[in-house]
Design a protein around this ligand. Structure first.
Ligand code: SF4
Length: 456
């Protein structure tokens, strides 16, 4: 069980020196107990106590790190069964496999897909982030493949599988960039765990059943190994679903150590239909994969999985926001319309999409409303005439345009007069209530501004 704040306080030096960034040792202890601060932030705690507290306050699903440097990926680290209880911590890595038995054309196709498939959504880059490299036969071809992936796609986390010689060479070629070894089984358990220990490389334990998985995981723990991932090897889809829930529940509710690790899932093992495979993957994004290997990458299916992953792994207590600022859409100039809205990501995404679709060059001003939508932000005093005027004066839009027409959301029609008082010289236009009305509104406004430019 985890330690309480009071228990942690008892192990602190109680200097109240604030070096940890908290006003008192008590405040720090409470944050450590809640998992919101690291015990190592206090420089005066004995290393043995650090270890003891770190162990006691660690999440019930261990965080296993793979990769390295800017591309270090955390797997697991989960603390709850359901997202609404707190939040899910580390989104599952998604990708496909490349095998040395594939012909060059297929290997190239897959590598090119990794380079091509990338989307920006609400300021976040969505792309596949893991590749499983299978060295099945030709070792020199496998070495070339590992080198190529590291050079051409340095952001990709790597799962290495195949013969023990292929795995050894793969680990060595990755250097400080830690791959994930696939896999220790009941047949090769000693060999793979010794290799993982010697090279300090995380590995997967793959079993034929939950009982066997529990037994192998326990063996690994008794050897002092802590960085591994579980593959329950479930035979059918229903069994897989049940196994993942049993693993998560046992780890979180019972603190059952052998199951307190991230889980890898291979959706293609359960169907030959790619769309069905992606639907299966969609289930396990939510419950409870930490890493998923698909049979292929197809934009139409992958995009949906990545968006689902982004949505499920956002913190439900913090609205998804975009940064405050001026967003040029469709290449605006000095006589382009200026539109303002809030920084709730969904609003931004919809408004930006409608403006892009209209093809009207437009300056989109995004005002920080702490992620609240237009009317909620207005009601909370974060999107009223005074705050909008202050933002318009400070953001620098006046240096980019030669007119003074500002379009506000239709729902804020009531603040038009007040805003004109706050922004002398500006004409405040009331835009449509729904973003879908923006294209026609902007086309008309843009034509008027062009006439004004000619006359100027
Ligand atoms: Fe207390 Fe340590 Fe924080 Fe100082 S740094 S206030 S001793 S917890």
């Amino acid at each position: 069980m985890g330690l309480t704040g009071i228990q942690i306080l008892g192990k602190l030096p109680k200097k109240n020196c604030k070096e940890c960034g908290f006003p008192t040792c008590m405040a720090f202890a409470m944050k450590v107990a809640a998992g919101q601060a690291e015990i190592t932030a206090c420089p005066y705690v004995d290393p043995k106590v650090v270890e003891e507290i770190a162990e006691a306050t660690a999440p019930p699903i261990r965080t296993v790190k793979i990769g390295g440097g800017d591309y270090t990926y955390s797997l697991g680290g989960e603390t709850v069964l359901f997202r609404h209880e707190k939040r899910f911590e580390n989104p599952p890595l998604l990708g496909t496999y490349i095998k040395t038995s594939m012909d060059e054309a297929e290997i190239n196709r897959r590598i090119e897909l990794y380079k091509k498939l990338s989307w920006d959504r609400v300021g976040i880059t969505l792309r596949p982030d893991v590749v499983m490299l299978e060295g099945d036969g030709d070792l020199s071809k496998f070495e070339l493949l590992v080198k190529r992936i590291r050079e051409e796609l340095p952001h990709l986390a790597i799962v290495i599988s195949g013969s023990s010689e292929a795995i050894k060479r793969g680990i060595s070629l990755c250097g400080d960039f830690k791959p994930l070894i696939y896999a220790a089984t009941s047949q090769n358990f000693e060999e793979i765990t010794v290799l993982a220990e010697e090279t300090k490389t995380p590995f997967v334990i793959s079993a034929e059943s939950l009982d066997e998985l529990s037994e192998l995981s326990d063996r690994a723990l008794k050897k002092g190994l802590k960085d591994f991932v579980l593959d329950p090897g479930s035979k059918g889809l229903r069994e897989l679903f049940e196994d993942l829930i049993i693993i998560r529940r046992a780890a979180i509710k019972k603190r059952y150590k052998p199951f307190g690790f991230p889980v890898i899932v291979f959706p293609y093992r359960y169907t030959e239909d790619y769309l069905l495979e992606n639907s299966i993957a969609g289930i396990f994004v939510a419950k409870y994969a930490s890493l998923m290997i698909l049979s292929d990458l197809r934009a139409e299916a992958l995009f949906n999985l990545l968006v689902e992953r982004m949505n499920i792994f956002t913190d439900p207590q913090k609205p998804l926001v975009v940064e405050e600022g001026i967003y040029p859409v469709n290449g605006p100039d000095e006589w382009s319309p200026v539109v303002i809205t809030c920084n709730f990501a969904l609003t931004y995404f919809i408004v930006n999409g409608e403006i892009e679709g209209s093809r009207v060059p437009t300056w989109l001003l995004i005002k920080n409303t702490d992620g609240l939508s237009v009317l909620t932000a207005w009601a909370a005093g974060k999107f009223g005439a005074d705050t909008i005027a202050e933002f318009v004066k400070r953001c620098g839009i006046e240096g980019k345009i030669k007119h003074k027409k500002l379009t506000i959301p239709g729902y804020l029609a009531g603040i038009k007069g007040e805003l004109e008082e706050e922004l002398p010289g500006w004409e405040i236009l009331v835009g449509p209530r729904e973003a879908s009305g923006l294209p026609s509104f902007l086309k008309k406004l843009s034509a008027e501004l062009r006439e004004q430019a000619k006359a100027a």
